[in-house]
Write a protein that binds this ligand. Structure first.
Ligand code: NAD
Length: 343
């Protein structure tokens, strides 16, 4: 009995120690995700709930969740434009970490600039002030869209010229700089990763890299895809599993390891033509046509190959999913979604 007790206490001690080594806390962190019903939020909540416990990860958004999401773990309404509402949530739920996903993405932002300014810039002001007031660790994703036509495109290093030409990109450069400023001025634990196009079977939110998701859905449903980018448009990409692993490894990295607050991360770069060639290996009969639209201009100003060597050096970032695995995973996951939805 006493041996059992000892082992049990030992196990508890080990798990507490591992939390404090990884998170700086002596318990699992309480995490709030804003904009959580988008492409990344739901998967992110699943990933972090697996690590820190279901009740420690609160998903929030301004839209009504499906029954499945509502039953999956804590879900609450949170409008990032309502500062007092956010204060109440942080206090009531004793939040430690904030993952700020709410945003209007590149293509959608160009269609409604005033709303993008409000959500992406005013929203950022609210969450960063909130994080400062309540001493939260705050993660804000940035993007390859934070670069522009004056930036070196192949490769694009961590530190270089950033003059984006979309409101999305401008708002993300603003977020990067504001976060760094709050870090140096107030000691805020601000952390930011610049993601490439993130590929998952969930519906994308209106970005320029969305073709790499839509092609799987259309080809599996209709046998054909019409691509809005030219066949040779090269962009950096990563599967959602790599993106979420990068996010959680970076969130857990001790402050002493971080020489920067904003890091490029990526897994691969490809063109629509190269992606289709990889897909033909598994689905030889689909057809593809090209009809470039305004998203081509955005893609032409973005990085083609992303240099993430600083993330690899400082906190040991390493992608795991290459293009062949990405295609296999997407074919499997999108097929499962189509079967589950009944069409
Ligand atoms: N998906 C990608 O490929 C990608 C790549 C790089 C960076 N990112 C960044 O990751 C984050 C998440 O991306 P995503 O693809 O999940 O975006 P998404 O567009 O799918 O989801 C954004 C969510 O924000 C919510 N939102 C809008 N206004 C809000 C408000 N006032 N208050 C609270 N929530 C609000 C929306 O309802 C939506 O659910 C974004 O900041 C995006 O810039 C995404």
């Amino acid at each position: 009995m006493s041996l059992l007790k000892k082992t049990f206490q030992g196990a508890i001690k080990i798990s507490i120690r591992s939390y404090s080594a990884n998170t700086g806390l002596n318990k699992p962190p309480k995490i709030l995700i804003t904009g959580g019903l988008g492409q990344l939020g739901v998967e992110c909540a699943k990933h972090l709930r697996g690590k820190y416990g279901k009740d420690n990860v609160i998903l929030s958004d301004i839209i009504k969740p499906s029954t499945e999401i509502f039953n999956d773990g804590p879900y609450i309404f949170a409008d990032i434009l309502d500062f007092k509402g956010l204060q109440k949530i942080v206090v009531d739920h004793r939040v430690d970490w904030l993952i700020h996903f709410s945003a209007l993405l590149s293509a959608i932002g160009e269609q409604n600039v005033p709303l993008a300014v409000r959500v992406n810039i005013e929203g950022m002001h609210n969450v960063i002030e909130l994080a400062k007031q309540y001493n939260l660790r705050i993660f804000v994703p940035s993007t390859i869209g934070a670069f522009g036509p004056d930036s070196p495109r192949n490769p694009t290093p961590n530190i270089t010229v950033q003059r984006p030409r979309t409101i999305y990109g401008v708002s993300k450069v603003h977020a990067e700089l504001l976060g760094e400023y709050y870090h140096y001025k107030f000691g805020l634990d601000f952390r930011c990763l610049r993601f490439p196009g993130v590929i998952s079977s969930d519906p994308p939110g209106g970005g320029t890299t969305d073709y790499a998701i839509a092609i799987f859905h259309d080809v599996l449903r209709k046998g054909h895809y019409e691509c809005y980018l030219k066949p040779d448009t090269r962009l950096p990409m990563m599967h959602v599993r790599d993106a979420l692993r990068a996010l959680s490894e970076y969130l857990e990295a001790p402050n002493e390891m971080l020489q920067r607050r904003v890091y490029n991360v990526t897994s691969m770069s490809f063109t629509p033509e190269e992606l289709a060639d990889e897909m033909f290996k598994y689905l030889p009969d689909f057809t593809l046509s090209y009809k470039p639209d305004s998203r081509q201009d955005i893609a032409d100003s973005w990085p083609q190959v992303f240099d993430d060597s600083e993330a690899r050096r400082d906190w040991n970032w390493k992608p795991e999913i290459d293009m062949d695995n990405l295609v296999k995973l997407m074919l499997k996951e999108v097929k499962e979604k189509i079967i589950a939805n009944g069409f």
